[in-house]
Design a binder for this molecule. Sequence first.
Ligand code: ZN
Ligand code: ZN
Length: 275
Amino acid sequence: MTQDKPPAKHSSEAGSRRVLEPVLAELKQGDGVEAVRLFGDALDRGVVPVKSDLLRWLAETIGKQATVRLISAYARHPCFYCKKGLEPCEACHGSGHSGGANLCENCLTTGFARCDFCDGAGLATYNAIPEALRFPAALDRIKIAAKTLTNLLDQPVPKPRFDRARQCVKQSVQRLFEMNRLMGVFENALVLVKSLEPSGASPPPLREKTMTICVRSARRGRKRICELLQCMAACESYEAKSAGSKPPARKLAEKRAALFGSLAKSVSTFAGTAL
Ligand SMILES: [Zn+2]
Ligand SMILES: [Zn+2]
């Protein structure tokens, strides 16, 4: 009776490095998406050992710099399902309305809703990242998101203006989307860090600090989301006034003003965040 051969064990470090050459080449060229794909293939084929000290193995095999680049590629890897955390709203099929003149609350009448797959972060979920690289990737994501948040908060909230109400709403919606995406990044990172066992790569003080940054950032983001919604509500009230002679348009604008105003008071519901 013949026995199946056991799967080939990964070869020596030199051999592994050779097999990872295409990954290294993509990383060097800046094509992180392709590098992640090729690295995933190497993991599936057993060329790269799936173990808790993968990080150290990588540093020894491909070098520290390439390891940092690989982590960064995973951190930036997009969600395969959506674009920047948004997808066409299923509740209203992207129309922004449900049942004729009823506004779709699921997407704030924009036709786009938060991607459920990545929780609006627009990034690959953590379980698509090798376990040992998740915490370092989360640190990378938090760093980028915190920087983007600071830049966004530096831009003042648009001032509601009677003559530019429509443009003002559009601008606010774009910022709202971006802010909501960042909330998704912080939320997912927080959930991940909470779920990890403390280890050498994720020592308790660093975990604590990471969680504090996520919670604080989300609080700041939530405050801004609230301000943007208030601005949108004020603009819709202007729209209602300017549509005085057209009852259907006025009614719709009034409804939107009421919707945005009420959401501004319960932002956590809109952001869908557990923070
Ligand atoms: Zn909708
Ligand atoms: Zn997504």
